[in-house]
Ligand binder design. Sequence first.
Ligand code: PLP
Length: 402
Amino acid sequence: MQHSSKLRNVRYELRGPIHEAAKNMEAEGHRILKMNLGDTAPFGLEAPESVVVDMIHHLRGAQGYSDSKGIFTARTAISQYYQTRGLMNIGVEDIVIGNGVSELISMCLQAFMENGDEILVPAPDYPLWTAAVTLTGGKAVHYICDEAENWWPDLADVEAKITSRTKGIVIINPNNPTGAVYPRHILEQFAGLARKHNLVLFSDEIYEKVLYGDATHIHTAAVAEDVCCLTFSGLSKAYRMPGYRAGWVAITGPLAATAAYREALELLASLRLCANVPAQHAIQTCLGGYQSIDALVKPGGRLREQRDLAHKLLTAIPGVTCVPASGAMYLFPRLDPDLYPIESDEKFVLDLLRDQKILVSHGSAFNWPAPDHFRFVILPSVLDIEEAVRRISTFLAAYRGG
Ligand code: PLP
């Protein structure tokens, strides 16, 4: 049986051949240090107990399908959450709940794109965005995020890449893989471009609460109220429950301009009946009250310590530099090409895996154009981070020597 030609250029290498190679090595009995996936569960970072208890409490009553856009109480809680954060005009009708942000990204693009339409996507990006655009028959055009400028988007590059086919811009803030958090003036410039060129903003804010130091998160939609904007977020990261699959999209901007699109999105939502209902019951509990992620990211918190340690150890290796992450769960270090003349970063990561039994993700998997970066996940414990960097350091020393 042949696969659809629509899949020909669709790539998602984070779960690709290198991941498979690691699984095979584990089956052979090797212990692989996994610094590659943004999944909190394997590292003892558990969901808040109150939320798990709440879901268990609702299990019996959550056996039936729900409204395709999601249960009313959860959508109300989401809209109220945004109202308290500067999006005064948002209402329950503006929210659609999905099986994680992943499902909604595909659904929202499918409802929007015609063959050949272009969407501007950051490089590096979370590669689902590029894959999902490609799957619709559209074209992902990558704009550069500037490492020398805190990994903030290069707005001149964004504007230079707008053509008559461009329909929207993807913003990932806080960013995976770079950990960048964008200041207001960057978001305002995006809003200005959207206004000028009649574009839709797709703002992926799944890491909005995973912030270090004095980083603050601003919703794109809050600085672009007159622009059509889709804001994506969910429970996977801040509430450490990626397996429960609960995410949402908020649609804002002029009602008249978004009316037809909202109908199309509702149609697509109804084709898959509804999102996982038990997890929807966790949303209201999560968004109200104490935010348990705060304890992990503030000074002395586990994620904060791991971020600091990983950064310190990685940048102590000759030829390794790294912009410290202001948010999210990753570092995206650079390997100086003069010391490490890597031709294929995919092969580099595979060689590292085979040689040192450690798994990281190659930068080009995030649509970064040069073979000189890798992504290092900061979720594993301090001990695992120390061991992982020791192994990377050993491997790189041999690379320099050879
Ligand atoms: N967006 C970004 C930037 C991510 O990093 C991820 C997962 O790692 C997702 C979306 C997917 O989130 P969800 O678990 O809600 O599908």
